[in-house]
Design a protein around this ligand. Sequence first.
Ligand SMILES: NC(=O)c1ccc[n+]([C@@H]2O[C@H](COP(=O)([O-])OP(=O)(O)OC[C@H]3O[C@@H](n4cnc5c(N)ncnc54)[C@H](OP(=O)(O)O)[C@@H]3O)[C@@H](O)[C@H]2O)c1
Length: 263
Amino acid sequence: MAATNTETAEYNEQKLENKVAVVTGGNSGIGRAIAERFHAQGASVAIFGRNQETLDETLDALGGEDESLAVQGDVTDAEDLDKLYAAVEERFGRVDILVANAGVGKIRPFDEVDEDFFDQVTDIDFKGAFFTVQTALPLLSDSSSVMFTTTGATERGLPGLSVYAAAKAALRSLTRSLAAELGPQGIRVNAISPGPVETSLVERMGIPTEQATEELGNIVEQQPIDRFAQPEEIAATAVFLASEDASYVTGSEIDVDGGMAQV
Ligand SMILES: NC(=O)c1ccc[n+]([C@@H]2O[C@H](COP(=O)([O-])OP(=O)(O)OC[C@H]3O[C@@H](n4cnc5c(N)ncnc54)[C@H](OP(=O)(O)O)[C@@H]3O)[C@@H](O)[C@H]2O)c1
């Protein structure tokens, strides 16, 4: 049945008009897809990451400096986070949507994990995300949406992921704590839990890419939707959580994982 004019108008409505969004890891993979979707939905977007080249490329895709902001830095560095929010405050004045997405998915067998590896992964994936949100607090508006990127690997035991999965499980727990603590200020806090997504995370796992692809491929084969996700499929859920459509959703983790955690 053809859509009525009203339905079409509603469908085309820009869901994030007049919103200010910050996306860490917005220069690659899932974060980049989220930043692009937010921009397409009318938000002013600031991205944050370490690699200046991909920050510049993504900024171009977000309409350049006139429309968006790219800040170079590391989520494990408190001064860099201060620099990010100082730039966002100067440019946009506040934050309505915060996606603490920057992360690394490093694989290592349990008996080979040393303290350096443990610290590297937990510093980025848990501590970095924690302080990404805490440092943003003074700028978060009174009806804002915060989200973390967790992983389906917290819901299944997978070899080699003891540190990564535990760091992300900590984020899932943090989602609940912050939903409770920040709820009275009008801040909703949720998490998106992707299954295997086609991004550069696979090349950065710290094991040969072929091995990573094979291991993830074995997981994918068991899913009801037996393929890798595209980053845009994760971004669609981020738009939902960022928008008024999710005005009654907080403390939740939404699985966008092809059914990986359910079967
Ligand atoms: N791909 C998957 O299958 C999958 C599944 C479940 C969950 N996830 C999660 O999704 C998130 C995004 O990953 P992705 O798949 O899109 O991988 P990706 O393409 O490798 O992107 C990772 C992003 O995080 C940024 N980042 C990493 N460490 C950082 C640091 N210390 N400081 C600032 N930025 C940092 C990277 O920036 P630079 O490039 O500048 O370093 C990059 O923009 C991660 O949290 C990951 O754990 C991914």
